[in-house]
Design a protein around this ligand. Structure first.
Ligand code: NDP
Length: 483
């Protein structure tokens, strides 16, 4: 594979190796073959990364926003020029089909670099007049940010964190998931090519313990995690010890509500996009599909027909539209949920089996007659398993949709405009969809409420989470004191 990174870590502008670190075997999910062996960061590597980021940040923050933005926009252009190679690598890293990676991963990473590159020059403070006196605010970087990523969108996650962090004048040490360690290294290479000073964006590999030791280092000012709720709880608690800023992009079990007046074809498309894209390994997926009882059977019939269009096989083949699970472990976890669904009495409509292919494939799976208390309706599965539940009234479905500790996303399909907006207002979720599902443009905020997260990525809102304001009071006249 020509596009492979040449060493495990990227620190201070160059690839670095330390073979004494624990082995990280990168497995191509479509074949089960080991395609690379990397090494987890040793304490010496962690030290190099933190020291280089700390030193680089001080200089980077002195650049003007226009200058920083120019680097990010150049990085975005390089990513677009290399979209093919980056997409091939993303497919090797994750197993997601090239048909997806070529239009979603490097391209959405490039969008983030372009958007925050454009915004960098417009990050300003404000002026507050107080009679003759005044206050001005300075919007300052936080300093050294640590990013920790999940395995489902390795290029996108690396860029969604790097772009706003760097635009605001921070430096970053990023640790990808050990399941998909390759793509973030290419992002680091591109940053340097685009003109970023060495040390501003570093990537080091490792299992959870490496992430844990980064979070508690006294030089670290902010931690941004994309991962599960249990990991989020640990990372948030560790960051709290040093009163560090956090962004938590965590898991979900989002509701997708389909009323009987909805356009059936669009609703089926929404349910497919919200359950089977990336083989279901998407945090915001609408995995609890509530269908109004009048159209439930029509919905299931049309969905089953549409699923005949699934094409599995070599994910590098652009005609393939459905890939394997990211790892054997993830396939086993998802199979465990499918067994639980059957055992607890849900009706298996389609799928549920492994596929006769090398690699970790599972069929797209639909359960109907799911009830709110079944495990497949309460737990995040992170695989291609849709649970269909039925409902009668708007009031009932809203209360059932919100009866969860998660609050990442929610969607509604209906032809009734006022009902759609009532539902969006009533959903306890950070990201809502009306007659669509799972769009994530960089211009719009993305993130969760309740236990699905803290903070927002993308949009102008992300600037709030990678900068802080300082108020400066200026007195123009004499100053009185009581004595
Ligand atoms: P995990 O929570 O298992 O891991 C996330 C990252 O945290 C990994 O890099 C992991 O390293 C690291 N980590 C694990 N333990 C610790 C620790 N104690 N301290 C510091 N870092 C640690 O998530 P997955 O990788 O399995 O990804 C799936 C999860 O991510 C799902 O819950 C999904 O919903 C969520 N997600 C959320 C998104 C959002 O934007 N809201 C988007 C994408 C996914 P290692 O892998 O080496 O253990």
């Amino acid at each position: 594979m020509q596009t492979q990174p040449t060493a495990s870590h990227f620190i201070n502008g160059a690839y670095v190796e330390d073979k004494s670190g624990e082995d990280i075997r990168v497995v191509y999910p479509a074949t089960g073959e080991v395609i690379a062996t990397l090494h987890a960061a040793t304490p010496a590597i962690i030290e190099q990364a933190l020291a280089s980021a700390r030193a680089a940040q001080k200089e980077w923050a002195k650049w003007t926003g226009t200058e920083r933005g120019r680097v990010l926009r150049r990085a975005s252009e390089i990513m677009r020029e290399r979209n093919h190679d980056l997409s091939v690598l993303e497919t090797y890293d994750t197993g997601k089909p090239y048909q997806e990676t070529s239009v979603v991963d490097a391209t959405s990473g490039a969008d983030a670099l372009e958007y925050f590159g454009g915004l960098a020059a417009a990050i300003t403070g404000e002026h507050i007049q107080l009679g003759d006196d005044f206050v001005y605010t300075r919007r300052e970087p936080l300093g050294l940010c640590v990013g920790i990523g999940a395995w489902n969108y390795p290029t996108q996650i690396a860029c969604w964190k790097a772009a706003p962090a760097l635009a605001c004048g921070n430096a970053m040490v990023f640790k990808p998931s050990e399941t998909t360690p390759l793509c973030a290294l290419k992002v680091a290479e591109i940053m340097i090519e685009a003109g970023a000073p060495a040390g501003v964006y570093n990537v080091i590999q490792g299992y959870g313990a490496v992430g844990a030791s980064l979070i508690t280092d006294p030089r670290v000012d902010k931690v941004s995690l994309t991962g599960s709720v249990p990991t989020g709880r640990k990372v948030y608690a560790a960051a709290a010890e040093g009163i560090r800023h956090v962004t938590m992009e965590l898991g979900g079990k989002s509701p997708l509500v389909i009323f009987d007046d909805a356009n059936l074809e669009n609703a089926v498309s929404g349910a497919i996009l919200g359950n089977f894209y990336s083989s279901g390994q998407v945090c915001s997926n609408g995995t609890r599909v509530f269908v109004q009882s009048g159209i439930k059977e029509a919905f299931l019939t049309r969905l089953t027909e549409r699923l005949k269009g699934v094409k599995m096989g070599d994910p590098q083949d652009p005609k393939v539209n459905f890939g394997p699970m990211v790892s054997e472990r993830q396939r086993d976890i998802v199979e465990g949920f499918i067994a639980k669904g059957k055992q607890e009495g849900a009706r298996l409509v389609t799928g549920g089996n492994r596929v006769d292919l090398p690699g970790f494939y599972l069929e797209p799976t639909v359960f109907a007659d799911v009830t709110d208390d079944m495990t497949i309706a309460t737990d995040e599965i992170f695989g291609p398993v849709m649970s269909v539940l039925s409902f009668e009234t708007e009031e009932e479905v809203l209360s059932r949709a919100n009866a969860t500790d998660f609050g990442l996303a929610a969607g509604v399909f209906t032809a009734d405009l006022t009902r759609a907006h009532r539902m969006a207002a009533g959903f306890e979720a950070g990201t809502c969809y009306i007659n669509t599902y799972n769009d994530a443009p960089v211009e719009a905020p993305f993130g969760g409420s309740k236990q699905s997260g803290v903070g927002r990525e993308n949009s102008k809102a992300a600037i709030e989470h990678y900068s802080q304001i300082k108020g400066v009071y200026v007195r123009m006249g004499d100053l009185e004191a009581p004595f």
